[in-house]
Write a protein that binds this ligand. Sequence first.
Ligand code: FAD
Length: 380
Amino acid sequence: MEFEFTAEQIQLRKSVREFAEAEIGPHVLEWDEAQIFPLDVIKKAGELGFMGAIFPEELGGAGLGYIEYAIIIEELARVDPSVGLIVAAHNSLCSNHIYLAGSDEQKKKYLPKLATGEWIGCWSLTEPEAGSDAAGTRTNAVKHGDCWVVNGGKTFTTNAQYADVCVAMAVTDRAASHHGISAFILEKDTPGFRVGKKENKLGMRASATGEVLFTDCRVPDSQLLGKKGEGFVDSLRILDGGRISIAALSVGLAQGAFDAALKYSKHRKQFGRPISEFQAIQHKLADMATSIEAGRLLTYRAGWMKDHGNRVTKESSMAKLFSSEMAVRVADEAVQIHGGYGFIKDYPVEKFYRDVKLCTIGEGTSEIQRLVIARQLLRN
Ligand SMILES: Cc1cc2nc3c(=O)[nH]c(=O)nc-3n(C[C@H](O)[C@H](O)[C@H](O)COP(=O)(O)OP(=O)(O)OC[C@H]3O[C@@H](n4cnc5c(N)ncnc54)[C@H](O)[C@@H]3O)c2cc1C
C-alpha cells in the first residue's frame, strides 16, 4: 500500500490553496451574503485547468486523475464550498457525461470549451416529483422527423443560470422504465429552453441553483447523448464519479472549519487561559482531526480505485456518506468551539455550518447512499 501523495500532487495542492486563499478568500462573505456567482474566478479556474481536471489534454483538459481532481475540490472547498460545488457539478456531472457517453463529434464540439472554462456546464436529472427516485422523470422527448421535441422541467440544477450547455434527462420510452430515459445536450440559446427561478438557499449561496425548463424545445438527433434509453443508467455511472467530488468537497469544508476552530481555540481566553488548554476542547479537536483524516482516506481510496479502472459504486457512496456526515459534525463542533462568536458572520464557521448541509443531500441523500451501499453488499 502507498499512502503518500506524489511531489506533483503536493505541488498541485499548494497551487490550488494559494489560488483559493488569494482569489476567493477575500470575497467569501460578500458572495455568500449577496448570492454572487463568482464568474471571474471560475474563468481563472478554467485557465488553471480546474474546469477540465479529469479530461485528456487533446480535449482541452488538464489530463489529471481523480486523486488530483479530489485535491482541487478539497482545497477550493476549504476556502469556499460554493466554488467547490460549481467546479464539481461542471466537471463530474455535465462534462463527464459528455466525455463518457458522447460521440467523437460531441466530445470535440463541447469538451474543449467546457474543459477550459470558456463555457459553463450544468446537469439536470432532478425534477420536482423525481428526486431520490430519479427514474420517475416526467420531462419527455418525442421524436419528430430528425428532431426531438423536449417538454418538461428540472429543479435544483447547479450552475443553471450561468450554464452555456445543459445535459438533461428526458423520457423517450415510458414503457421501458429505467431503460426509457435518454440524455440530451442542450445549448442555452435553443428555442424553448429557458432557465427559471434561482433558489434562495440556506448555504452554498455563491453557487447558483435553479430550474431548467423546456417548452417544445426542438433539438436535432445529433444532440442525443449516449444510446437512446440509456441516459438514466449512464447517470448512475456519472454519479459514481461525482460522489467522489462531493466527498472531497466535504473533507475540504471540514478542514476549513477545523482550521478556523483550532486557530480560535489558541487565541480565545477564558478563565485566564486559552480554551485550547481545556480537555473538553482538546477532545473535540482530536475527534474532528481524526474523523477528517478518515474521510480523506475513504475519498482518496475511491479516487485511486477509479483511476485504476475499478467500478466504484460502493466505494464512492461510502466516501460520500461518511465524509458528508463527518463534515456536518465537524462544522457543528467548530461553531461550538467558537461559542457565541460562531453564531455570527464575522467568523467563517457560521458559513461552513450552513454550507455543509448540502453535502448530505446533493448527488443522493445519506439515506440513498446507504441504500446503494447495502445493495452492493447484498449483491456480493
Ligand atoms: C444546492 C443543491 C444543488 C443540487 N444540484 C443538482 C444538480 O446539479 N443536478 C441535479 O440533477 N440535482 C441537483 N440537486 C438535487 C439533489 O440531488 C436532490 O435534492 C436529492 O437527490 C434529493 O432529492 P429531493 O430533494 O427530491 O428529496 P426526496 O427524494 O424527496 O427525499 C426526501 C427525504 O426522503 C428520503 N428518501 C427518499 N427516498 C427514500 C428511500 N427509498 N429510502 C429512504 N429514504 C428515502 C430522502 O433521503 C430525504 O431524506 C441539488 C440539490 C441541492 C439542494
